[in-house]
Structures are given as structure tokens and as C-alpha cells.
Design a protein around this ligand. Structure first.
Ligand code: NI
Length: 285
């Protein structure tokens, strides 16, 4: 023993020393317990990734975006994940775009290996041709939502047709082909429209009313509470809060077991063949 040890322990009995050591060991055990508890809590927090994302700072968001952009260079965008027909699926759809927010949405879809359907307004196809191309390359589906976002039921037959054909012309200039389905603006279809617009009409079974919601959380909560297997979900990628909501919603839906597929993919898996002039609201089992 050193002199220092003698100073601390020299005049203690072995019982006193034993007690002192026991207390020491007990304190070390408590310290280890706190450390392990802290580690477990930290790991659990990380698992709740959806909530983690909403608390990110702007700087972190930018860094993440750059990471995704780097990933683009090393992987092809044409890889499409297979669909399991026995597992639940839904088709999320975005009307009125593309817009300045659509690229961020595509980054998230890609990151999650998910797909969606975009019903585009012809004017915006001309504004964002690169986004249109990327949507197609990712295996997402593109539909027609008129050229000027007009109500088809209020138009003369030849105007109805030119509104649809002008968008398909714009798409053809970018992609080499037009859309195979139409989503009528405001869901307005009557017999006149059915007779003069020779396309299947893709409607929806979940209306999120995202355009009048005040924040992203309201959109997320509404969809998670409402959605069921086979649903077609109506959203708009021209609203910042909608795209913000999708950052949480896409992984949250996948965590609940939903495959995120396009409208046509879901129709095919469920044995539906599109017919011109028919309306389709959902593809439930
Ligand atoms: Ni619309």
C-alpha cells in the first residue's frame, strides 16, 4: 500500500472498509443503469422517425436533400419495387401540379421506394418539364387534369376535348406519349363529358381537403385515421403543407403495412380493366 492509501484506509477496520467499497460499487451500478437507460431511450426516439423529421432545422433539411441528390447519381430511377397482391395497398394521387414543391415530394417517394399518381394541369407540364420527366422515370403514373384547370361540365364538347388533348400534347412533347386516364377537375362529370371525353375517369375515395387545412399534421392525421386498403387518396402537390405532410405520411403509411402504388398498378392487381367513360373511385377487395 502507498502512503496515500494508508492515509485513507490505515485506521479503518475491515468492516468499515468493506462498507465503503460496497457503497462505491452500488454507486457505480446506479451510474451504469442510468447510462443503459439513456441509450435505450435515445434508440427509441430515433425509431419514431416521422416525428424526428418534423423537428429538423432548416440546415438539416438541406443536408438531407443533398444526400438524396448524391444518391441519385449512383442508382437508377427506373427501379420499381414489385407489388405483393396479398398485402394492403393504396394509391396516393396529386392534382394540379407539378409545382415548385414537387421535387421535394419526389425525393421522399424515392427515398421510401414508393410511387404515386400525378394528375397534371397542362400549363404546369409546360412550366416543369424536367419534373414531369423525373416523375415518369421513377415509375410514377401521370394522368390528365385538363390544360387550364377548367370545369368540363361547363364547356362545349369541342372545348372539353381540346382541354384534354392540349395537356396530352404537352405531355407527348416531354415524354413521347400522353396520359391514359383523366381526373376531371372538381370531380365534375356528366353524360356530355362521358360522351365526348374518351378516357377512364379516375375519381377518389379519400378526400383529404388538404387545400383548406391549416397545417401538415391535420393532413397526416386525417389520412391515417381514414385510409383503408384499396383507397385512392386525393391530395394536391401545389401546397407546401401537403408536401410537408407527405414527409411524415409516406413512411407512416408504409409502417402500417400499405404499399404505395399507382392507380393503374392497383387496378391491375385487383383485376380491373379501365374502360373509357367509366368512373373509378377505389379498388377494394
Ligand atoms: Ni384540381
Amino acid at each position: 500500500m502507498s502512503r496515500l492509501d494508508n492515509r485513507w484506509f490505515g485506521h479503518e477496520t475491515w468492516i468499515q472498509r468493506h462498507k465503503r467499497l460496497s457503497v462505491g460499487l452500488f454507486l457505480i451500478a446506479i451510474l451504469l443503469f442510468i447510462l443503459v437507460l439513456g441509450y435505450i431511450c435515445c434508440a427509441e426516439l430515433k425509431m419514431v422517425s416521422g416525428f424526428e423529421k418534423t423537428s429538423q432545422t432548416e440546415g438539416e433539411k438541406t443536408a438531407e436533400k443533398e444526400d438524396v441528390a448524391d444518391g441519385d447519381k449512383t442508382s437508377t430511377e427506373t427501379e420499381v419495387s414489385p407489388i405483393d397482391p396479398d398485402k394492403p395497398m393504396i394509391a396516393i394521387t396529386f392534382d394540379d401540379g407539378p409545382s415548385i414543391y414537387t421535387e421535394q415530394l419526389l425525393d421522399k417517394l424515392k427515398e421510401c421506394n414508393a410511387r404515386a399518381t400525378f394528375f397534371m394541369v397542362g400549363q404546369n407540364v409546360r412550366k416543369y418539364p424536367d419534373t414531369v420527366k423525373r416523375i415518369a422515370e421513377m415509375g410514377c403514373e401521370i394522368g390528365n387534369h385538363t390544360y387550364n384547370h377548367v370545369t368540363l361540365t361547363e364547356l362545349a364538347p369541342e372545348q372539353m376535348q381540346s382541354e384534354i388533348e392540349a395537356t396530352n400534347q404537352a405531355l407527348t412533347e416531354v415524354l413521347g406519349q400522353g396520359a391514359k386516364t383523366v381526373r376531371p377537375t372538381y370531380g365534375a362529370v356528366n353524360d356530355e363529358v362521358k360522351n365526348h371525353v374518351a378516357y377512364p375517369f379516375v375519381m377518389w375515395s379519400v378526400d383529404t381537403t388538404d387545400w383548406q387545412k391549416e397545417d401538415a399534421a391535420s393532413v397526416v392525421n386525417y389520412v391515417l385515421e381514414t385510409v383503408q386498403d384499396g383507397d385512392i387518396v386525393l391530395l394536391h402537390d401545389i401546397h407546401a403543407i401537403t408536401v410537408e405532410a407527405m414527409m411524415t405520411l409516406i413512411p407512416a403509411l408504409q409502417e402500417r403495412g400499405y404499399q404505395l402504388v399507382t392507380v393503374s398498378e392497383m387496378a391491375e392487381v385487383r383485376g380491373i380493366t379501365f374502360e373509357n367513360g367509366q368512373k373509378y373511385f377505389s379498388f377494394k377487395k
